[in-house]
Design a protein around this ligand. Structure first.
Ligand code: TNX
Length: 612
């Protein structure tokens, strides 16, 4: 459970003064400005809103959600039951000047408008006393967090991603040093509104936010998930939706496993056959697919708007059958292999003894780096069983240098450990036994770790023996197992300071659709997000389980498939069936820059759940 404090413990910090406004005041004479108010909607929608409002007014309090009911658990929570806030229909969202903060406010409005039916205009923060009911303020990158939130707590800094969230009966104020912090605060607000906020259409509801104060910031800077788009290909729209799930739980990295034996999924101009030939199939022999540069940029852009960084992986020197069939000159025997649609690993590799291989590595990594604004470039390095000893470490050392030459920081699976250290390098540890002296030694030489323990964080592991899809080589991973470990102490002789964060990988040998992705992600992703974000002092399975239970109805409302794990006390099934989510403007035009087959269409119904 998050630590809770009685209201008397709280020293309510002064409200930071609003930044001078330069834009129109939506409460003033410019209120009819079409740039401020949304465009007129059809009469039917107005009627629905009116009916919803009338019914909502008849509904009784109290706030259905408690202030501490947030995943990941916030660092500090101080409820004040006398200060619940009710969102009025004419609420205005006020935000500090600047496009990045403004965009967070716009996203808040986009999230709240469908269910509330309220116009929720967004305007710049005012200095004339006309504050909005929802206020997002940037406190400046170096400003300390406003006063200790709780008596006796040391003065804090909100840092790059933290936020302060204060609810009074008059307003909800989110303060952060950065737009990312504001964005995380907005995710908290979303979770603290009633479940119906997830509805894609107006519903009768009293939009209460529980009163009090949250001061929050992440434990680890790197919090991620991986999607394997190589074993089965997933189109842009599916990836965007996965990004939505990450953002909801304050995860800030999406690792895309772009290449493997079964498919090469990213167009490379300098080696033009890679994608069309190497991307033309997938596990089971389906049509596969690949991302054009425009597709990839679109994913990166969509992620960036949600403060998620894309980490591209080109898996080398193994897992390369798809590349070899397009360019047999890279193969040790210079013979093109047939397309591979099975699920074995470790049989393919690019020839580490041929200089042409390093041209290939430089060209591909150079192009992918140029398409990627984030700092990371992942070179795989796992399961290259046929490239042994010095042939392997020599290849990796060159590849690490090639990455450094692109200006990116190299990331690789922990098999990279024996190769020489390169400044800044990051190893992604996927072991199942935390006693790993080779990795601990690489950390002593300067490597940092991303933790993806196979037996806790692998989202392709089955939940239970009868889970219809997934593997079990690392054991079964139910929600409790995904939650019950500590990234700060998990690998022996690796100090918490060397841990950059946590990532939950979803390999897709057996995962073929968006519904199946969601079934494997949820509800385990929130558990891993909490390990990555929340201070260890909040770690508590019973409390987490109760908080998680409240998210089932939210996913139902949003039309998101998930596994009804029997460990979680889900509330009774919703009275009405889940409403399928309406595509947003951003996800709707999925075909605009898609020039290749995209087999992932309408999601199939989720697979049967075990026992629930
Ligand atoms: C191991 S974890 C792999 C992948 C498989 C996965 C299946 C890692 C770096 N390599 O190639 O897809 O197991 O769980």
């Amino acid at each position: 459970m998050p630590r809770e404090y009685t209201p008397g413990d709280v020293a309510v910090p002064p409200t930071p003064s609003a930044t001078p406004a330069t834009g129109p005041d939506p409460l003033g004479p410019d209120a009819a400005d079409p740039a401020v108010l949304p465009t007129h909607e059809p009469a039917a929608a107005d009627l629905a809103r009116a009916a919803a409002r009338t019914a909502g007014d008849l509904l009784a309090p109290p706030a259905p959600v408690r202030l501490g009911d947030v995943i990941p658990a916030p660092e500090r929570v101080a409820p004040d039951p006398t200060a619940d806030f009710v969102l009025p229909e004419d609420a205005v969202i006020r935000v500090s000047p600047g496009p990045a903060a403004r965009d967070v406010a716009e996203q808040l409005a986009e999230q709240l408008r469908p269910a509330t039916g309220y116009p929720l205009p967004v305007a710049e923060a005012a200095d004339d006393g006309t504050d909005g009911q929802l206020a997002l303020s940037l406190s400046g990158p170096t400003a300390p967090a406003p006063a200790p939130a709780v008596n006796s707590a040391p003065a804090d800094r909100l840092g790059d991603e933290g936020y302060r969230f204060q609810v009074t009966s008059a307003d909800v104020r989110i303060v952060a040093a950065t737009p990312a912090g504001l964005f995380h605060g907005v995710q908290t607000l979303r979770q603290l509104l009633p479940t119906a906020v997830e509805s894609p259409a107006p519903v009768p509801e009293r939009w209460v936010v529980p009163g009090g104060l949250i001061v929050d910031r992440p434990r680890f800077p790197y919090r991620g998930a991986m999607l394997d788009v190589a074993r089965h290909f997933f189109g842009v729209a599916d990836v965007l939706r996965v990004i939505d799930h990450l953002a909801r739980y304050k995860l800030n990295h999406l690792h895309l496993h772009l290449t493997d034996d079964q498919g090469w999924r990213i167009a490379v101009d300098s080696w033009p056959r890679l994608a069309p030939m190497g991307g033309a199939t997938e596990v089971g022999g389906g049509p596969g697919g690949w991302y054009t540069a425009a597709d990839y940029r679109r994913i990166v852009r969509y992620a960036a708007r949600r403060h998620v960084t894309v980490v591209p992986e080109i898996d080398l020197p193994g897992h390369t059958n798809a590349a070899l069939l397009a360019y047999p000159e890279l193969a040790p025997d210079k013979v093109a292999p047939p397309p591979y649609t099975g699920t074995e690993v470790g049989f393919s590799y690019v020839d580490p003894a041929d200089e042409r291989t390093y041209d290939f590595v430089s060209d591909v990594l150079g192009e992918v780096a140029a398409l990627t604004p984030g700092p990371w470039l992942h070179i795989g390095g796992d399961e290259a069983f046929k490239v042994k000893g010095e042939a392997y470490t020599g290849f990796i050392e060159r590849a690490q240098r090639i990455v450094a030459a692109t200006g990116k920081t190299v990331v690789g699976w922990h098999q990279l450990a024996p190769a020489a250290h390169l400044d800044g390098r990051v190893l992604q540890w996927w072991g199942t036994n935390g006693d790993d002296p080779v990795v601990a030694e690489a950390v002593r030489r300067g490597a940092r770790l991303i933790l993806s323990p196979g037996n806790h964080s692998y989202l392709d592991m089955k939940y239970a023996p009868d889970t219809p899809i997934g593997h079990d080589w690392a054991g079964l991973i139910d929600v409790r197992r995904s939650y019950d470990w500590d990234p700060g102490t998990h690998v022996a002789d690796v100090p918490a300071e060397a841990v950059l964060g946590v990532e939950a990988p979803l390999w897709t040998e057996s995962v073929t659709s968006l519904a199946e992705i969601e079934f494997m992600l949820l509800p385990r992703l929130p558990a891993l997000a909490e390990l990555a974000w929340s201070p260890r002092t909040t770690h508590d399975w019973a409390g987490f389980r109760d908080r998680l239970a409240g998210h089932g109805p939210r996913w139902d409302r949003a039309g998101i498939a998930f596994h009804r794990s029997p460990e979680i006390p889900w509330p009774a099934e919703p009275a009405q069936p889940a409403v399928p989510r309406q595509p947003t403007a951003e996800t709707a035009d999925r075909t605009s820059d898609q020039v290749h087959p995209d087999p992932a269409g309408t999601p199939a119904p989720p697979p049967a759940t075990n026992g629930a």
